[in-house]
Design a binder for this molecule. Structure first.
Ligand code: ATP
Length: 307
């Protein structure tokens, strides 16, 4: 077996970040294999950005260890940084530069010679459908174009690991889909990707594996479909403001259910049992749907991802 190939690209062990008495990240561990797309999924304030800030050297961990490409970030950060691509949550493009110049200047930080930088920049502008905008200033771009340019800039150094902090937050559905298509292309090319998101659809669509993070801790880790099967089953019966008799029946029968606001949600591996419950208690208002990651989150934390 080729141990070098199977060695994790990223290994995070028992990492903590404290701001005074506040514990933003509280003992997070996970590993990302080569070619894998790994997600950190959690609500606002869960500690996702803080975790990746520590991975890409933006702020040091209070304790724990982080290895990227097998090297400790405390000692090998310069070598590691040269092979990282980072796309931050906020817009960090230079407003005084054109689209093309944003890419060329950034390439300069990695010591990429000018001619090579121009070749790469033009390839990336084509890949991200920004060729027609290459002389535009950043202020003349739409939000979706700016995000594509951020992503193009993040990979101009041909990184081995791409880190994306909420890549599609704030984009309209069309821009989000365009960006997702490009990300899927990069994934198919074998790029290892770490992304944070609070969008369930993004996590299910991209992530081979993910960690659900809440209050700075890992609530669950695994392949999205396995997490759903293990924690929520295959289907859920959802009903708005059910009669008290329904909850009483479920409690007496020892069937677990969750509440979210006025909604009551029953999960089950057995759809027929849910259909029977609906017929009995909520034939009009209840509906049965496939179980999702959001259900997993609700089950594990008692809260919804959407906040
Ligand atoms: P979002 O989805 O909103 O980006 P997140 O999961 O990325 O959320 P973080 O940005 O990592 O969450 O924040 C985790 C917690 O740490 C929050 O309560 C935040 O207020 C706190 N926090 C982050 N940075 C600092 C800081 N510099 N000083 C004090 N507290 C901080």
């Amino acid at each position: 077996m080729d141990t070098a190939a199977s060695e994790p690209v990223l290994s995070v062990r028992e990492v903590r970040k404290h701001y005074g008495a506040f514990q933003a990240v509280n003992g997070v561990s996970f590993a990302v294999a080569p070619g894998e797309c790994f997600g950190l999924l959690g609500p606002n304030g869960a500690g996702k950005t803080t975790t990746i800030h520590m991975i890409y050297g933006f702020s040091p961990a209070t304790s724990g260890s982080i290895h990227v490409f097998g090297q400790d970030i405390r000692t090998g950060f310069r070598r590691i940084r040269a092979q990282l691509g980072i796309c931050q949550q906020g817009n960090t493009l230079d407003p005084d530069l054109s689209v093309l110049e944003n890419l060329l200047v950034f390439a300069g930080y990695f010591g990429i010679p000018r001619r090579e930088a121009e070749i790469r920049a033009n390839e990336l502008l084509a890949f991200f459908a920004l060729e027609a905008k290459k002389r535009f200033q950043y202020a003349e771009l739409s939000g979706g174009m700016a995000r594509r340019l951020m992503l193009a800039r993040a990979i101009i150094n041909r990184p081995r690991l791409l880190i994306l902090d909420e890549p599609t937050t704030g984009l309209d559905p069309q821009s989000r889909n365009t960006l997702w298509d490009r990300l899927l292309d990069l994934k198919r090319q074998g790029l290892t990707i770490l992304l944070t998101t609070h969008a369930m659809e993004e996590a299910e669509r991209f992530c081979d594996r993910l960690c659900i993070i809440d209050h700075g801790q890992v609530a669950a880790e695994g392949e999205p479909a396995r997490l759903v099967a293990a924690h929520a089953g295959s289907h859920a019966l959802e009903v708005e403001s059910p009669e008290a008799a329904m909850a009483e029946h479920l409690a007496a029968a020892g069937v677990r259910f969750d509440r979210s606001g006025r909604r009551l949600i029953v999960y089950g591996p057995d759809k027929a049992a849910l259909v029977a419950l609906r017929e009995r208690f909520c034939a009009e208002s209840g509906f049965i749907r496939a179980a999702t990651l959001e259900d997993v989150f609700l089950r594990l934390t008692g809260r919804e991802l959407r906040e």
